[in-house]
Design a binder for this molecule. Structure first.
Ligand SMILES: Cc1ncc(C[n+]2csc(CCOP(=O)(O)OP(=O)(O)O)c2C)c(N)n1
Length: 432
């Protein structure tokens, strides 16, 4: 049965939009110029005799689709996705696991055990809402604040913690900063630090999938409101639209890009308004509502598989600091953070929804939090005991055949370490 979603995807082509403006805003005379629609290849729009500049106030604000209210109560029962119990519990437990992991790894950075960390507080609903609406085979291009997607897909705490510790079991061999995860097994492309790198790549991957006969996979690309200001973001949107790619462009609009609030990041109606302008199906959802995100991504996936690219703007609030290098109280009031923590917690909303359904209670909560916490603590202790990758790894895996200049540096380093071995903690590293 097709899912009924009250959420409406907007796709305004210029003609329809101009006609709407004519009918609702002004009534200028349409010239009968041998036909009222122009014949320019670049815009087949109606002719008018009244000159009118448009700005952001010429359009209605794009509404925010939600399923639940603050208390986890479904507002319109027809919108309840009625997800099966096991999936709902997997979604909720993933959120709890993620918040426990964030708490402990954030602390471990403060204690000097890892060099860097980024928390996901406030955005867990976007992660599990989207991951639960996708197929495991759909390809994920993430920014860095989407770890719930990784967990939902089955990446283990051990794998994530090994990456953060950069030990010998980290597939990246410790060459990347913490939180730059990736998983071939789970169809998640490894994260890149430079903002928006993943966006044209995601569209390119979607285009490649489109060329596969009977393609049944789409690509989802996560990015922040700040990353959306990069030139690469615009290139990605335009390629997605003009090449009709099976891609979901998922913006996490959490209100901040480090210390830059969205009020300084853009003018106009957020990121969503760019979708219709560029010719993409677009919807704005409440990112603190996992069920709303689920519905939106489920419908977006259907559109994407028909080669209709989709832009979703998931509204949320970055509850934590940007990263362990940031103190957000320097640029935003503590009361603002508290409001979003207390009143719009995506975890709390889904929990209340589950309780209403009789799927969850205080005992289950207590046990789940304990298990989640214990798993992270145990895993961290194990990760700390693992050796670091062999030092030679830092020069490998870039070129298929190591160029002579790198070979030379490696030989020099080898001799240096032989001569001054007592000055280096070589026993902490894997050996030849
Ligand atoms: C090209 C580039 N410019 C600047 C940075 C530094 N930087 C890292 S994260 C970030 C903010 C990104 O904000 P947003 O996309 O909104 O994501 P959020 O961190 O809020 O989840 C910036 C400016 C970078 N990594 N890459």
């Amino acid at each position: 049965m097709a899912l009924r979603i009250g959420v409406s995807f907007v796709r305004l082509n210029y003609l329809r939009h101009a006609v709407r403006l004519l009918s609702t805003h002004t009534q200028p005379e349409v010239i009968n110029n041998g036909g009222s629609i122009s014949d320019f290849p670049g815009a087949r729009a109606p002719y008018v005799t009244e000159m009118k500049f448009l700005n952001e106030n010429s359009y209605d604000l794009i509404p925010i689709y939600r399923v639940m209210d603050k208390n986890g109560e479904v507002i319109d029962n027809r919108e309840d996705p009625n997800i099966d119990k096991d999936t709902l519990l997997h979604m909720y437990k993933t959120m709890v696991q993620l918040s426990q992991m964030d708490k402990i790894l954030y602390e471990s950075q403060r204690q000097g055990r890892i060099s860097f960390y980024m928390t996901n507080y406030g955005e867990e609903g976007i992660h599990v809402g989207s991951a639960s609406a996708l197929s495991h085979r759909d390809l994920v291009f993430a920014q860095y604040r989407e770890v719930g997607v990784f967990l939902y897909r089955g990446m283990t705490i051990t794998e994530l913690v090994n990456q953060c510790y950069g030990n010998c079991e980290d597939p990246g061999k410790g060459r990347q900063m913490p939180v730059h995860y990736g998983s071939k097994q789970h169809n998640i492309v490894t994260i890149s630090s430079p903002l928006a790198t993943q966006m044209p790549q995601a569209v390119g991957a979607a285009y490649a999938l489109k060329r596969v006969p009977n393609n049944d996979r789409c690509v989802i690309c996560y990015f922040g409101d700040g990353a959306a200001s990069e030139g690469d973001a615009h290139a990605a949107f335009n390629f997605a639209a003009t090449l009709d790619c099976p891609v979901i462009m998922m913006c996490r609009n959490n209100g901040y890009a480090i210390s830059t609030p969205t009020s300084e990041q853009y003018r106009g109606d957020g990121i969503a308004s760019r979708g219709p302008a560029l010719g993409m199906h677009t919807v704005r959802v409440d990112g603190t509502d996992a069920l709303a995100v689920h519905n939106a991504v489920r419908r977006a996936r259907e559109l994407a598989l028909n080669n209709k690219p989709v832009l979703i703007e998931a509204m949320s609030y970055r509850v934590g600091h940007h990263s362990t290098s940031d103190d957000s109280t320097a640029y935003r009031p503590v009361e603002e953070i508290q409001k979003w923590t207390k009143e719009e917690s995506p975890i709390q909303k889904l929990r209340l929804y589950l309780e209403r359904k009789g799927f969850w209670d205080a005992d289950a909560e207590k046990q789940c939090v304990k298990e989640a916490r214990d798993t992270v603590v145990r895993t961290m202790q194990e990760a700390e005991k693992k050796k670091r990758p062999h030092w030679k790894e830092m020069l490998e895996d870039v070129y298929y055949d190591m160029p002579p200049r790198l070979q030379k540096q490696m030989n020099q380093m080898e001799k240096h370490l032989e001569k001054y071995s007592e000055h280096y903690p070589l026993n902490q590293y894997q050996q030849d």
